[in-house]
Design a protein around this ligand. Structure first.
Ligand SMILES: Cc1ncc(COP(=O)(O)O)c(C=O)c1O
Length: 480
């Protein structure tokens, strides 16, 4: 496919859906009791320092960790350092790392050329100034070179903030209030977007502490179904119209629910027809898919693009919104605030540290052709995993879009809200996924909660072989 992009082929969606149907109908598979006992023993004997730290942390930090990604079964590991393709915990155990900080470290963790530059910048300029720094311009310019449709760029502190700002500016620009998101997608934890997370049409299932009124203007369409989008746009017309449609261009949850290749092109046309802004949430896909992100790969120009983690190369303060200059200029700060200005901000949102980190990380990603290399590593790993699934005749499903690998042992996000037993099934299937995650960890491989895996440029034939050995050990211990 496209040069400098990591996606070598678009997955066969019908095949994935058929396999997921089968997985959901099949009996849940578990790991044999003796193997499970061995894996748990690994945590008890080889991760003692982690256990001590996390036990104490539970007293001072809710649940012991600060972010869901770190909440791993049977207990979270305390990590000492991340280096290239590996993570090392405080007990000195080494793991092949497919969490990659939740996606941003496409170059591999602690990539020296970027880290050295960041240290130099902090020593020379200080981490923050509170005022404008030239690295803010350098970052905006390099993003624009990679994604010419991002004519102007505003920094924020996280993907959540960036999604909030994108929606606010869309409403300011269009004068409309309704927002459409795709069912099952995660766009951060803001009041308006904690709606139908993970499983479509679950609406306010997870919106505890959020009054109903906050999501009164949030509407939802079915993943990958263009007719559903049209229907919601038409419905919203009766109540003032839709300000924006926000989606991950490869589908919800980094493409856990894959979409037809031409979905985004069709969504672009529909948004134009209804005078609705198209927002791509590229928190995971920007640069990881290739220099132009998912939009560049698909050849579809969004009006606004949301960025996260990777836009500061995994360093703190990771988020931003960019897009058409006429829309972006509706943001207050820099342009006079007041009427027709969306009030957004944040004291430390732009600073020399994160802007320099982002600038040098993006520069390296492009110069090193990181998206293509990471994608090739994922292709090899995915092919190996499929061969193991076939060898052990397991119902598990694996596919990848470039360096994003989906590995489903339970299919929890494919459950239907119409299933009367959905609540029980979510608990059971989540538990099974966590068990597999723990089994892989005990065998030296870290995944995102036992399902997704992000490869990086730092992977190689050795890490792929090491990973396949770990998977084979676990697969050979599945109870039949
Ligand atoms: C697609 C997507 N959007 C938004 C967010 C929120 O970003 P943050 O965690 O930086 O707030 C995430 C986080 O994982 C994400 O994956």
């Amino acid at each position: 496919m496209k040069q400098n992009y990591g996606v070598s082929k678009w997955p066969d969606i019908e095949e994935i859906n058929a396999k997921m149907d089968k997985l959901l109908k099949a009996d849940m598979l578990h790991i044999k009791a003796d193997a499970k006992a061995r894996y748990m023993d690994y945590f008890d004997t080889k991760c003692q320092r982690s256990k001590e730290i996390i036990t104490e942390a539970r007293q001072f930090i809710p649940g012991g960790v600060q972010h869901n990604l770190a909440f791993n079964y049977p207990f979270p590991l305390a990590v000492d350092r991340a280096e290239g393709a590996y993570l090392y915990d405080v007990d000195g155990n080494r793991y092949v790392d497919y969490l990659q900080a939740g996606g941003p470290t496409l170059l591999g963790s602690n990539y020296k050329a970027v880290t050295d530059k960041v240290i130099e910048v902090i020593q020379k300029h200080g981490a923050v100034t509170g005022l404008f720094h030239e690295y803010e311009l350098k970052l905006a310019k390099i993003i624009n070179e990679c994604m010419p449709w991002v004519e102007q760029y505003r920094c924020f502190g996280s993907g959540t903030e960036a999604c909030m700002a994108a929606i606010r500016v869309a409403r300011t620009f269009t004068g409309k209030k309704k927002v459409i998101k795709m069912g099952g997608a995660y766009h951060g934890w803001s009041d308006q977007l904690v709606y139908s997370l993970h499983i479509p049409y679950t609406k306010t299932f997870e919106a505890h502490g959020i009054p109903k009124e906050c999501v009164a203007n949030t509407t939802e369409c079915a993943p990958g179904d263009i007719d559903s989008l049209r229907k919601v746009l038409e419905e919203n017309e009766k109540d003032g119209g839709t300000a924006c449609f926000i989606l991950e261009a490869f589908g919800p949850e980094s493409g856990t629910r894959m979409m037809p290749f031409d979905y985004c092109a069709q969504a672009r046309e529909l948004c134009d027809e209804f005078d609705t802004l198209l927002i791509f949430d590229e928190v995971v896909t920007a640069f990881r898919i290739g220099p132009g992100g998912a939009a560049g790969f698909l050849g579809v120009k969004p009006d606004l693009t949301v960025m996260g983690k990777i836009v500061s190369g995994g360093f703190p303060m990771a988020g931003g919104v960019g897009g058409r200059a006429d829309i972006m200029s509706c943001m207050a700060a820099g342009v006079q605030s007041g009427k027709q200005r969306a009030y957004v901000g944040g004291t430390l949102t732009a600073n020399p540290l994160s802007c320099a980190a982002g600038y040098y990380a993006i520069k390296e990603i492009v110069e090193q052709d990181a998206a293509r290399k990471a994608g090739e590593n994922a292709d090899k790993l995915c092919a190996g995993l499929q061969a193991l699934i076939d060898k052990y005749e397991l119902p598990f499903v694996v596919w990848n879009t470039g360096s994003i690998i989906h590995f489903e042992v339970s299919g929890v996000m494919y459950l239907s809200v119409q299933d009367p037993e959905i609540v029980t099934k979510i608990t059971e299937r989540k538990k099974s996924m966590e068990e597999f995650g723990a089994a892989l960890t005990a065998n030296g491989v870290i995944t995102l909660a036992g399902s997704r895996m992000y490869t990086s440029m730092a992977d190689n034939d050795e890490t792929v072989a090491e990973t396949l050995t770990a998977f084979e050990e676990v697969f050979s211990n599945v109870e039949r």
